[in-house]
Ligand binder design. Structure first.
Ligand code: GNR
Ligand code: NI
Length: 177
C-alpha cells in the first residue's frame, strides 16, 4: 500500500475527463488500495482517481462512522437523481480548507462495476448520495465550486488563495523557529 499525493486545484487532471476502465487487473486493484489508503489518511469520505493524477474512472468512498465500509466503484454512472434539492456544506481534498454551501438532489441511483468487472447498483441518500455525485463529477473534470454562480465561484477562489497564503505563512514561521 502507498499513500499518493493529492493534486490541488487547479491541477490539470482535476479538469480532465477520466477514461473508461476496460482492464480489471492487479494494477487496477493496487490503484484502488492506494486510493483507499490516501482517502483514509487525509482523512476524507471519498476520493476520485483524477485527484491522484490518474485519468481512470475509479472512485473510493467510505461514509461510515468507523471507516469500515469501503466502496470501490469502477465506471460509475448516475442512472437517476430524485428527492428534494438539499442544501449542504461541501468540501474537497483538492480544495483543502474550503467549504461552501451547495444544493444537490438528496437521492441518487448509481450503476457501476466492482474491481472484478461485475455490475452493481447502489441507491443512496444522505451523505452517500452527496458523495457519489461529488466523486462522479470529479471523473468528468468537475469540482464542487464549478456548481456555484460565477460570482460565488470567484469569491470561493479568493477565499482559497487566502487560506493557502495563511497556510504558507504558518509553515514559513515554523521553519524559522
Ligand atoms: O472528504 C470529503 N468530504 C465531503 C464533504 C461534503 C461533500 C463532499 C465531500 S467529498 C470530500 C473528499 C473529496 O474531495 N472527494 O473527492
Ligand atoms: Ni473532491
Amino acid at each position: 500500500m502507498a499513500k499518493l499525493p493529492i493534486r490541488q486545484y487547479p491541477h490539470p487532471t482535476l479538469a480532465a475527463k477520466a477514461e473508461v476502465v476496460t482492464v480489471f487487473d492487479d494494477e487496477l486493484r493496487k490503484l484502488a488500495e492506494d486510493m483507499a489508503e490516501t482517502m483514509y489518511a487525509a482523512p476524507g469520505v471519498g476520493l476520485a482517481a483524477n485527484q491522484v493524477g490518474v485519468l481512470k474512472r475509479i472512485v473510493v468512498i467510505d461514509v461510515s462512522e468507523d471507516k469500515s465500509d469501503l466502496i470501490v466503484l469502477v465506471n460509475p454512472l448516475i442512472l437517476s437523481t430524485g428527492g428534494e434539492l438539499v442544501d449542504h456544506e461541501e468540501g474537497c481534498l483538492s480544495l483543502k480548507g474550503l467549504y461552501e454551501h451547495l444544493k444537490r438532489p438528496s437521492k441518487v441511483k448509481v450503476r457501476a462495476q466492482n474491481l472484478e468487472g461485475a455490475e452493481l447498483d447502489i441507491e443512496a441518500e444522505g451523505l452517500l448520495a452527496i458523495c457519489l455525485q461529488h466523486e462522479i463529477d470529479h471523473l468528468d473534470g468537475t469540482v464542487f465550486i464549478d456548481h456555484l454562480s460565477r460570482l460565488k465561484k470567484t469569491r470561493a477562489c479568493t477565499k482559497l488563495a487566502k487560506l493557502r497564503r495563511e497556510e504558507k505563512r504558518e509553515k514559513d514561521k515554523k521553519a524559522d523557529e
